[in-house]
Design a protein around this ligand. Structure first.
Ligand SMILES: [Zn+2]
Length: 739
């Protein structure tokens, strides 16, 4: 068992003994209650979707019946853009082909059979079923819907050339999502009848859908069009376009990093990442994995086999709602764990309960017979300043502070930070947070460090934005403006301030405190050189044993926050389940790449290790080769004799053109090696960065480093033999904070 596993099992003990309830029943009852709430919430969400989809099908039938008499001119659905004008959803022109069988049958110069044959050829349809439709007694039959405009034109020509009556080509449109699965939960999709069914397509349907027009045709009693029928038109009014707050580049970055986190940490239940503008609560990216392809939303998820799958049956739709369509960023609730300590800290500072330099201690505290220890139970931090207690994430300190805040005030802040209400984001299906109805002192004590209550990810983002932006709770939003086809703004959505929760002063202090957490405390794995990241990690248990939720939430730059990032990994089954190791390193990547995209400049000196391309040294004599390497800043080891003037390099490793760190090492052979020199990878897990790099370099190996701190993984197992000069990928993480 390695160090990390040791720590992991120790921590498991800690988590379980941290709060020892005298009355285990209370806890069990609460957990059961939570489970019931979650199930009810899921059922409601599933049912809502079911109704929408079943209704949509019925509506479709009605629409066709309607077309029997009055043919519809379909309004074109509005386009959805991201914040930079990239098209996220657009309606493309297609044609729908229908016939009036009673009219078709009255054609004099062409038989029904000939028409059926021609139509089925052009449209690639079965002859028999087409013929049956043409021979029916009805006034309306749908032949083919949403065919390409070019094919529609062929039919138009056909009607004209052959003077056929009773075939109609109607302009129609089809929804197309140029980015496929990108931001699928936020954008959502529309049905075949252009009715929004999910996501923004559903929420913003009233702006997007427009109003259909009509062609009114006079019919005789038999339902046949009169020869010189008067046709009147009511023109369609096209839908408005919508500009969202989503940023396609940042969404793509967040999705890529989410997938990496899921893979690296063997997450069984996916992950969530939200990137928000800290000052306005506008959402730049919203990822809930697994997702789905918007151009094919009813596809059965990979790995599933279900007989008769259409994606339309109610059981199919329910499965889609509970898996790929589920937007975990707002539909699900989770226990925030230590990330909530920032909220308790905000209360304490705002209420003048403590100051940052107030002396506190993390000695165990007993509430109603339950004793709460620091996570570092064996080596408690003892007497420290409040600031250090935040850096060290000492649970007892937060408990004691909550007692000074008092139950009434504590929960007033919980409410003020928006944790008891829906955030008001445009998307439908926000989950409902779960708190005790009449919280006891013990309930508050554990809530002070983020346990035994449930909130939604989007609520947490809004609350952290308030910490970051001077204290204002602002409704998270995805919509910037609604515009007409001429580009005039029809509705301008300004950020909606709900209330000011804390003062500018408290916000200023907290920003610096949380920057310290990332620089010196438990959030170090989210540190980005050059960007002042502020934030907090969290690890929480679910009601299922050994199922954890690991998260990081923070904002940057700390002195003038631009973005807030929440990163949650559900049920990691890799080497660690701590937010500091499972979520923080990935939040770091989101910060670094997103701030780059937004053009936020790095400040201070950035000590990037420069990389170089290895030069070709074959054929050089030893002196020239080594000089060249020195000029690149590279070091070398020579295999074989260097005696004599004409000794030349016969083989080098890594070979020329390989990209390596500037302080790397090249192995030079003065003979043609039949067997290349190898070295054995030593045991490195748990060792510190500097030591690992030196050890490998001394062995003649190169290192490609990810992160800082303690070595947690090595590309090759200890004991493996690799060629001298090999570049070894090594992951380092700060592992001194288990949270
Ligand atoms: Zn402590």
């Amino acid at each position: 068992m390695n160090d990390i596993e040791n720590k992991r099992s120790n921590k498991k003990e800690n988590v379980k003994t941290e709060v020892v309830y005298n009355n285990n029943l209370t806890r069990k009852r609460l957990l059961v209650l939570m489970a019931v709430f979650i199930i009810i919430a899921m059922v409601i969400a599933g049912y809502t979707g079911y109704i929408q989809l079943v209704w949509a099908t019925e509506l479709k039938v009605k629409a066709y019946e309607q077309q029997n008499q009055d043919r519809t001119i379909k309004a074109s659905r509005g386009t959805v853009y991201d914040c930079e004008g990239n098209v996220l959803a657009i309606s493309i022109s297609v044609d729908t082909i229908s016939v009036s069988p009673v009219t078709v049958q009255k054609n004099k110069d062409i038989t029904v059979e000939e028409i059926a044959s021609d139509l089925s050829n052009i449209l690639n349809l079965e002859y028999e079923s087409t013929l049956n439709k043409l021979k029916s007694e009805s006034q309306y039959q749908l032949i083919a819907s949403k065919v390409d405009r070019q094919i529609g034109d062929v039919i138009r020509d056909y009607i004209k050339t052959n003077s056929v009556a009773g075939i109609y080509v109607q302009q129609d449109s089809k929804r197309y999502y140029p980015y496929g699965s990108l931001a699928s939960h936020a954008i959502g999709f529309a049905g075949d009848d252009n009715q929004g069914l999910f996501g923004l397509e559903l929420s913003l349907d009233k702006y997007l859908k427009g109003t259909d027009g009509k062609i009114l045709t006079e019919l005789d009693v038999a339902g046949t069009e009169l020869p010189f029928a008067f046709e009147s038109r009511i023109e369609a009014i096209d839908g408005f376009d919508v500009i969202t707050t989503l940023n396609t580049d940042i969404q793509r970055i967040a999705e890529k990093i989410v997938e990496q986190a899921i893979e690296d940490n063997k997450s069984e239940d996916g992950a969530v990442c939200i990137v928000s503008n800290s000052k306005t609560s506008e959402i730049l990216a919203m990822v809930s994995s697994p997702g789905f392809d918007l151009n094919n939303p009813r596809l059965l998820r990979e790995g599933y086999t279900i007989e008769g799958w259409t994606g339309l049956r109610s059981s199919d739709v329910q499965l889609l709602y509970s898996t790929v369509w589920r937007n975990k960023a707002l539909m699900d609730t989770y226990e925030p764990g230590s990330t909530f300590k920032s909220i308790t800290t905000a209360m304490a500072l705002e209420e003048d309960i403590v100051e940052l330099d107030t002396i506190v201690d993390d000695f165990p505290v007993t509430v109603f017979g339950s004793t709460i220890h620091c996570w570092s139970k064996e080596y408690p931090h003892g007497t420290e300043t409040f600031l250090q207690a935040v850096y060290n994430s000492c649970n007892p300190v937060f408990v004691k502070i909550s007692h000074l805040i008092g139950i009434k005030t504590f929960y007033e802040y919980v409410e003020a930070f928006g944790f008891k209400d829906n955030t008001g984001i445009e998307l439908i299906g926000e989950g409902t947070s779960i708190f005790h109805d009449e919280p006891t002192k013990l309930d508050m004590s554990v809530a002070s460090f983020g346990q035994r209550f449930q909130i939604t990810p989007i609520q947490m983002v809004a609350a952290y934005n308030a910490i970051a932006n001077g204290g204002y709770l602002i409704e998270p939003s995805l919509t910037d403006a609604v515009i007409d086809k001429q580009g005039n703004t029809v509705y301008d959505f300004e950020p909606k301030v709900v209330r000011q929760v804390i003062s500018q002063d408290t916000s200023d202090q907290l920003r610096m405190v949380l920057e310290g957490v990332v620089k010196e405390g438990g959030g170090k794995n989210a540190y980005v050189e050059g960007y002042r990241v502020a934030g907090k990690t969290g690890t929480s248990e679910t009601i299922v044993d050994d199922v954890y939720i690991s998260s990081f939430i923070g904002f940057a730059p700390a002195d003038n926050p631009v973005i807030t990032v929440l990163f949650i990994v559900f049920n990691p089954q890799g080497d660690s389940y701590y937010g500091s190791q499972v979520a923080a390193p990935y939040a770091k990547l989101v910060f670094e790449e997103s701030l780059g995209v937004l053009g936020v400049e790095k400040d201070g000196v950035v000590n990037n290790v420069n990389s170089v391309y290895v030069p070709n040294l074959n054929g050089f004599n030893v002196e020239k080769a080594t000089q060249k390497l020195k000029s690149y800043g590279l070091s070398y080891q020579i295999e074989g004799s260097t005696a004599g003037e004409d000794v030349t390099i016969m083989y080098q490793y890594p070979e020329s053109g390989t990209k390596i760190n500037q302080d790397g090492v090249i192995i030079l052979y003065t003979y043609v090696p039949e067997n290349k020199k190898t070295v054995r990878i030593p045991y490195l897990i748990g060792k510190q960065e500097q030591e690992v790099i030196k050890t490998l370099k001394d062995l003649g190996l190169n290192v490609n480093v990810d992160g800082n701190g303690t070595c947690i993984s090595v590309q090759y197992p200890a004991g493996a033999y690799v060629e001298k000069g090999t570049i070894v990928n090594i992951t380092f993480r700060y592992t001194d904070y288990l949270d």
